[in-house]
Design a protein around this ligand. Structure first.
Ligand SMILES: [Zn+2]
Ligand SMILES: [Zn+2]
Length: 361
């Protein structure tokens, strides 16, 4: 029987989000209903509300979540009722051309639930990143559920589902940072701070945090950054060179995703160095560079989708590292809020005062 629960919905472009009654169908083949325990507030949720992703309103927001499997559809074998899971938005298919070539982190045909959740009047909802977890329960594909240690705090574990994984993975999987590398991370919110932690885990000898906000530089320091550059007062490229013996870092990760920050990443890296774009640009942004600079600088320019992660490999690993005291995952949780406080949390995120607000259900 379909069930009704509460969910945070963006009804129209730019309008404040609101808590609505949403209707979940029984899970179909390969589908799972998850009782959400916690879901982090991410910039992407705000982008949906602002119409920056697409126009498929109304959106059911929320996508950095952990919870317990509530009901499973026919043929589900990947998880069982009662499993504690972190939700992911790239459930790899195993059959597309990327998967078949052994590069599933690029999967071009990722899975989501095929049935739709709706408003009470039957209007179909578009779940954010195929998840929609600012809700008491949500409907996803079984592959979107990754089992992790059930003793982990859901508020922290859920953050692996998006921003933390993206940042950590940009350093560890995409760059990838090697032992002895010098690394800079531009933009030290949730994604950038996770990149700092990932770079240290990967063996960087020096990790330089760059931001315009002093609070974020302090957070990056808490995650182990060895140096900081205040981009509101300092010349970022010159300062990064100065801090690395005049050469520039081996790896520069742009966790902001604007033309000016990507230019800093492109220019500041050492000869043959790597620039990684993990911050998500908006469609109007362009980046122009003389081709001779691309050639002359050498090295690599990479983008990082979801940290080039494999949820089944990386989520349990990061929970284990956290529980061993080797990765301060819980430090990303700035505050715990209720479902009806998401709109206010957007304001605090925009203002820069929090790493992550987490809705706890
Ligand atoms: Zn695939
Ligand atoms: Zn996100």
């Amino acid at each position: 029987m379909p069930q009704e629960v509460r969910g945070v919905v963006a009804l129209a472009k730019g309008e404040p989000v609101c808590v609505e009654t949403i209707v979940l169908p029984d899970p179909g083949p390969g589908e799972v209903i998850v009782r959400v325990q916690a879901c982090g507030v991410c910039h992407t949720d705000l982008h949906y509300r602002e119409g920056g992703i697409n126009d498929e309103f109304p959106f059911l927001l929320g996508h950095e979540a952990a919870g317990v499997v509530d009901t499973v559809g026919e043929g589900v074998t990947h998880v069982a009722v009662g499993d504690f899971v972190v939700l992911n938005w790239r459930a790899v298919c195993g059959r597309c051309r990327a998967c078949r070539r052994g590069r599933p982190w690029y999967c071009f045909d990722t899975h989501n639930a095929t049935q739709k959740m709706t408003l009470e009047d039957g209007t179909e909802l578009t779940p954010a990143l195929g998840i929609g977890a600012f809700a008491d329960k949500t409907l996803v594909h079984e592959g979107q559920c990754t089992k992790v240690d059930p003793t982990a705090d859901p508020a922290a574990a859920g953050l692996l589902g998006c921003g933390v994984m993206a940042g950590w993975g940009a350093a560890v999987n995409t760059a990838p940072v090697r032992q002895g590398d010098t690394v800079a991370v531009i933009g030290c919110g949730g994604v950038g701070s996770a990149a700092v932690a990932g770079a240290i885990y990967a063996g960087a000898r020096q990790v330089i945090a760059v931001d315009v906000d002093e609070r974020k530089l302090t957070w990056a320091g808490d995650f182990g950054a060895s140096d900081t550059v205040d981009a509101s007062t300092e010349d970022v490229v010159a300062r990064l060179r100065e801090l690395t013996g005049g050469f520039g870092p081996d790896v520069v990760i742009d966790a902001v995703g604007r033309p000016e920050t990507f230019r800093q990443a492109f220019e500041a890296r050492d000869l043959a160095g790597t620039a990684v774009l993990v911050g998500v640009p908006n469609p109007s942004m362009t980046f122009e560079i003389p081709l001779v600079e691309v050639f002359g600088h050498g090295g690599q320019i990479k983008s990082s989708w979801y940290g080039d992660c494999l949820p089944e490999r990386d989520f349990p690993l990061l929970v284990d590292l956290w529980q061993q005291g080797r990765f301060a995952l819980d430090r990303f949780v700035s505050e715990r809020i209720r479902l009806d406080e998401v709109e206010a949390a957007f304001d605090r995120m925009h203002e820069g005062g929090v790493l992550r607000s987490v809705v706890v259900l």
